[in-house]
Design a protein around this ligand. Structure first.
Ligand code: ATP
Ligand code: MG
Length: 482
């Protein structure tokens, strides 16, 4: 008897929840710890069934009974949730042993509250998932590399930057990402050496090769990965594609340079203008003087012809200085309602002789179009630049067609200038708007740029389609309102 009392005392005071139930799950014994966890008031008037404290109720109870039927010695380490009066989610680790003797049949249940451990486990799972997401969703490429320079980790960012899927690169040598010329310099070995020495390598700028062969500029940061004993067993590499950034920087430098050149050019152009005006005036006077001197006719003609040549060259210089000045300061637009076809007509009249000499057919389709708000002189200049280019691209014998199309829904009126000239190679198409880009011996390379600027000022746009050897079509689209 004494023994049994002692045993009961131990059961009562142990830190493990203990329940004894009959075969139907009715609780017939509950120790102190179990009462504490379950939090129900004891003794109770009504009997308490074990499935009443299981979170998933009878279903869970039946599941456990089935498990016990399969394992005659009972079950161990089964995790389930129970509810108390206050807390609705208590994770418990349960041992159930079937009890069987002559009179009674039931279950002996030991359980431990493992909620804290479970919460920690969930947190760890969440953190792992979180890290996995960061790893995967990062726009930067994240790579794992062994000491032998083999790839063992490859995230989505890496797939995007390099164009290889994980399957294609895992286990492969990092050399597949390195351009030939750097391979010859043993770059990957050098990086490893450096990273091993310091344990990391920061903001290393170099080039890499994509799957499609394209070379990209990248910024690499490498850090050592260590095992539990602190030995380096590999590296993580974060690779950022900086190709675009680099291009932008180049453009910025270029445009700064251009603005300085532009300012200088405009000063020079400005200084040249006055002497040019004076030369022109004096040439006119000289021409009149020659008329009046007593000379024979052939001599007079020779002199006049010389003066004409000088005059035409001076006017050429004048045009160039005008171009330079308008490149630097785009005048404020003075808009009025104009008809684009009248502007083309005006240009045609000034170029008529030139077109005839070069045997270029000028086909002008004068459709009915609305008047639109443009700065007459600027629009004239924009269109003239394009027609001049068309003439120069043709040289001799060819055709220029000019027509319009009115896009009412888009509120745009487009003027098309189509030539049968030399065409523009595809890789040069985006170059032709750059200031000073020219393929002509005497070109300034400003024509297209100025036209582009004028179109921008008008809130319109310029587009080009071209086929080498076939010809070019330029469209100038102006807004019809505003
Ligand atoms: N219609 C065209 N057909 C073929 N090439 C063209 C055409 N329009 C422009 N280009 C190309 O684009 C380049 C740049 O044109 P842009 O008008 O800016 O300068 P440019 O004509 O060379 O000199 P300019 O300042 O005298 O106009 C040309 O040198 C030419 O190579
Ligand atoms: Mg031009």
């Amino acid at each position: 008897m004494e023994h049994i009392d002692k045993f009961k005392k131990i059961l009562e005071n142990t830190n493990i929840g203990i329940l004894e139930t009959d075969i139907n799950g009715k609780i017939i014994y509950i120790n102190k710890k179990a009462k504490e966890v379950i939090g129900l008031k004891f003794p109770r008037n009504n009997p308490l069934f074990v499935w009443e404290i299981l979170k998933n109720g009878k279903n869970e109870f039946n599941k456990i009974v089935k498990l016990i039927e399969k394992n005659k010695n009972g079950i161990e380490g089964y995790e389930t949730k129970i509810i108390s009066e206050e807390i609705k989610n208590i994770w418990v680790d349960v041992n159930v042993t079937p009890l069987k003797d002559r009179e009674t049949e039931g279950y002996l249940i030991f359980f431990k509250d493992v909620t804290k451990k479970k919460i920690l486990e969930e947190k760890a799972k969440e953190t792992t998932l979180y890290l996995k997401n960061i790893l995967n969703d990062s726009a930067d490429a994240i790579l794992g590399i062994t000491l032998e320079n083999k790839i063992f980790l490859w995230n989505k960012g890496a797939e995007e930057i390099y164009g290889y899927t994980a399957d294609e690169v895992l286990g492969k040598h990092i050399d597949i990402l390195i351009p030939e010329k750097l391979k010859k310099e043993n770059e990957s070995e050098k990086i490893i050496k450096e990273a091993l020495k310091k344990g990391y390598l920061k903001n290393y700028i170099t080039e890499r090769k994509r799957k499609d062969g394209e070379i990209i500029k990248v910024n690499i940061t490498r850090s050592a990965i260590r095992d539990l004993e602190g030995r380096i067993f590999g590296f993580s590499a974060i690779v950022r594609d900086i190709t675009e950034q680099e291009k932008m920087q180049q453009k910025l430098i270029q445009s700064e340079r251009l603005s300085i050149v532009g300012r200088m050019a405009s000063q020079v152009a400005h200084e040249i203008r006055n002497p040019l005006a004076s030369i022109s005036l004096n040439l006119e006077l000289l021409e009149e003087e020659i008329e009046e001197i007593d000379l024979d006719k052939p001599k007079k003609m020779e002199l006049t012809s010389l003066i004409k040549t000088i005059t035409s060259e001076v006017s050429h210089i004048n045009n160039i200085t005008d171009d330079y000045l308008s490149f630097v300061r785009m005048p404020v637009l003075k808009k009025s309602k104009e008809n684009l076809h009248s502007i083309v007509e005006d240009i045609y009249n000034s170029l008529k002789n030139l077109l005839i000499t070069a045997r270029i057919k000028f086909v002008h389709h004068k459709q009915n179009i609305p008047l639109i708000p443009v700065d007459y002189n600027q629009a004239r200049r924009a269109i003239l630049n394009i027609i001049k280019n068309a003439i120069e691209a043709i040289g001799n014998d060819g055709k220029i067609e000019v027509f319009t199309r009115n896009y009412r829904e888009k509120k745009r009126l487009c003027l098309y200038i189509k030539d049968s000239g030399s065409g523009i190679p595809e890789d040069k198409l985006d170059k032709i708007f750059e200031p000073f880009y020219t393929t002509k011996a005497t070109g300034s390379g400003l024509g297209m740029h100025i036209t582009y600027q004028i179109m921008k000022e008008h809130g319109g746009e310029i587009k080009i389609t071209s086929r080498e050897g076939k010809g070019t079509t330029v469209s100038l689209c102006f807004p019809t309102e505003g």
